[in-house]
Write a protein of this length. Structure first.
Length: 135
């Protein structure tokens, strides 16, 4: 999976999407089309892609998390295969005043998959004094 081919080949992206992003509902072809267009319009350079792989495999912010002083919301998709929810729980345990929300059935693209649910959680976090709009 450490190949940038998903940026260049829509067929490869479709074939590997579940392993990279987690569950994408079968009927959500709009999300898949969006990913194909976005990835093909601005694919990473080989150097950029390799740098990204190096960064995620060899660096951690863990020793500094306790220094975060701002209230922090950590969102995670329960079915994220790239950054599993245990990572969110570790962040929540290490960051003072953190709130962790794990979105059921969401994957790595949770902000796109569950945009309304995420927006509600973010709004409640930023503005706890505001009641949610009736929907």
């Amino acid at each position: 999976m450490a190949t940038p081919l998903r940026y260049y080949s829509p067929t490869f992206l479709r074939a590997t999407a579940r392993w990279v992003y987690g569950p994408i509902p079968e009927g959500d072809s709009a999300l898949m089309r969006h990913q194909i267009v976005a990835r093909r319009s601005r694919p990473p350079t080989p150097w950029g892609y390799m740098s990204q792989l190096f960064a995620v495999s060899g660096w951690t912010s863990l020793p500094w998390l306790h220094r975060i002083t701002a209230p922090t919301l950590v969102l995670s998709g329960a079915k994220d295969p790239v950054v599993p929810p245990i990572n969110a729980r570790i962040l929540g345990a290490r960051i003072p005043n953190a709130s962790v929300q794990v979105i059921p059935e969401a994957g790595h693209l949770l902000l796109m998959e569950r945009s309304e649910e995420c927006a509600t959680l973010i709004t409640r976090f930023l503005r706890p004094d505001v009641s949610p709009r009736p929907g």
